[in-house]
Design a protein around this ligand. Structure first.
Ligand code: GLC
Ligand code: CA
Length: 547
């Protein structure tokens, strides 16, 4: 049996590995084609075998599902197709029994337009809930400024009955909450305490860097009062030592990340920042403008973050989530070297300092899907087609961008087995199953000791065994190599070497002398040769001589 982390201990999450579940696509148990809470319960043993310490659960609250639950109409209720509050309580309890914490997704920047608050707010300008949202006067065809919403169109929507615009950074069905209003903030804190009292282990905070917005000045991310607001939130709602909190911050640079994850604990445990993930886009353009990944740039980016937060904050480590394409299709090779490259990317990431997050199916090496346009479900993808064409993309180029970057790539149903619909459901699911499920599925992966799954399982166990993974300093070697990603990690007592070949070619490599007699902890091939094979990755370990 693995050792379970003591979650009352300060900073327990620095030793943890988390697993993200997108409930809609995890496991359907009642034949409606949608995943549900009992489906998660069914696979807790699987997650325990993988060895993870916590589940970040994408939103399960009641919602009209315009943005798959990131539009919440009742923060204290469960969306009925997912189950009931009692299913949620069972999940928290059963996960806890296995030493697995449940981390809920808090969407605090906006609500659904169906939330009671917004429906009240629409009634009149002096309704007590009106000020829970962000309004501007004007005339129907002259919004206060030209800010655009993330899913297309203006960020201002006109309400004839009020003769006012309301502000929304995402879909019009996701009106932004007004964090300048103390009563609103108090409601949010009370709601968080409701979940803490149910035994929740922590929270992932959706687009939290956008709550300090000042829309009339055109400010969304990193507003002037942002950190003050986060400190109040932390003080009022996250007072227990043991809660882990991770903020989703597309706007975070190192300075902001140091503040968020300040070791004094006054803000959050850590943030998701996206610098590495945006390197293969055209700077200043949209995510649909594809650019090749420069390996030296990627290495420099990781190096900057590894150094920049060392002793001054805390990193999260991730390559995949429900908003991103599958990493093996993006930076690996989802054809011939799928298994090798998926493992290489895992070893590259998990060797670094920080708390790793594995997104469902990443541990199987699940890949992107190519769907005909009409089968995409995602609100962002639908807008991408329109906006790419409006920007003059030819249709093939727009389709290529969608195949490469659509969020639905990550949202196809979890591939459990070779059974119809990959064992996800007994009926045709809400989004097609990737046809490669006959080959790529959990049942096959569990049975094969060389699978991607077992590589992740070993990585998790190694991180638990050797303190250097948590504590070691980071040194980048071969910074200019276009093929290799090589780094070391060091403590006074331990020394770790991570060697990754990012290409499908053989690349000569000589191990640094300090690792001549080192132990090979993990590799995606057999014993090392003088040349690294396609996508080969090696993890060497040695204890330092002490005199
Ligand atoms: C975050 C979520 C994403 C959602 C958006 C609006 O980026 O991860 O899925 O669409 O916020 O809530
Ligand atoms: Ca279901």
């Amino acid at each position: 049996m693995r050792a379970v982390l003591d979650r009352t201990k300060r900073n327990w999450w620095k030793s943890a590995v988390f697993y993200q579940i997108y409930p809609r696509s995890f496991q359907d148990t009642n034949g409606d084609g949608l995943g549900d809470l009992p489906g998660i319960l069914r696979h807790l043993d699987y997650l325990e075998e993988l060895g993870i310490d916590g589940i970040w659960l994408s939103p399960v609250y009641d919602s009209p599902q315009v943005d798959n639950g990131y539009d919440i109409s009742d923060y204290r209720g469960i969306w009925p197709p997912f189950g009931t509050l009692s299913d949620m309580e069972t999940l928290i309890r059963e996960a806890d029994r296995r030493g697995i914490a449940i981390i809920m997704d808090l969407v605090l920047n906006h609500s659904s337009d169906r939330h009671f608050w917004f429906r009240e707010a629409l009634k009149s300008r002096d309704n007590p809930f009106h000020d829970y949202y962000v309004w501007a006067d004007g005339t129907p065809d002259s919004p206060p400024n030209d800010m655009r919403a993330a899913f297309g169109g203006s960020a201002w929507t006109w309400v004839p009955g009020l003769q006012q615009f309301f502000f929304h950074q995402f879909a019009p069905e996701q009106p932004d909450l007004n964090w300048e209003n103390p009563a609103l903030r108090r409601e949010l804190y009370d709601m968080i305490r409701f979940w803490v009292d149910k035994g929740i282990g922590g929270f992932r905070l959706d687009v939290i860097d956008q709550v300090g917005k000042e829309p009339l000045k055109g400010i969304t991310k990193n507003g002037p009062r942002l950190h003050e607001l986060i400190r109040e939130l932390s003080r009022e709602a996250f007072r227990e030592e043991g809660l882990v909190t991770v903020g989703e911050c597309w706007g975070a640079d190192l300075d902001h990340a140091r503040q968020y994850s300040n070791p004094d604990g006054s803000e959050l445990s850590m943030v998701f920042q996206f610098e590495h993930i945006q390197l293969d886009s055209v700077p200043g353009a949209t995510k649909w403008d594809l650019a090749p990944l420069s390996l030296p740039a990627l290495k420099r980016c990781f190096e900057r973050w590894q150094h920049g937060l060392f002793g001054q904050g805390w990193n999260s480590l991730f390559l995949d989530n429900h908003d991103l394409p599958r990493i093996v299709s993006r930076w690996g090779d989802d054809g011939r070297y799928r298994v090798q490259s998926a493992k290489m990317l895992a070893i590259m990431l998990h060797g670094m300092q920080g708390t790793p997050y594995i997104y469902q199916g990443e541990e199987l090496g699940m890949t992107n899907i190519r769907l005909p346009l009409e089968e995409y479900q995602d609100v962002e993808t639908k807008d991408a087609w329109r906006s790419c064409l409006a920007r003059g993309f030819p249709e093939e180029k727009a389709m290529e961008a969608i195949h490469a970057r659509s969020r639905d790539n990550a949202r196809t149903p979890m591939q459990w087995s070779d059974a119809p619909f990959a064992g996800f459901s007994t009926v045709s699911p809400w989004l097609p199953v990737n046809p490669n499920y006959h080959e790529i599925n959990a049942q096959a992966a569990l049975a094969d000791p060389d699978s991607v799954f077992h590589c992740y399982r070993r990585l998790i166990a190694l991180r638990r065994q050797y303190p250097v993974f948590r504590d070691g300093s980071f040194t980048l070697l071969e910074p200019d190599s276009e093929q290799l990603f090589v780094y070391t990690r060091d403590t006074d007592a331990e020394h770790l070497l991570v060697v990754c070949n990012f290409t499908a070619s053989s690349v000569p490599f000589h191990r640094p002398a300090a690792f001549a007699g080192a132990q090979l902890l993990l590799s995606n091939y057999g014993e090392p040769l003088d040349t690294l094979r396609p996508f080969e990755a090696q993890l060497f370990y040695t204890r330092k001589e002490t005199c």
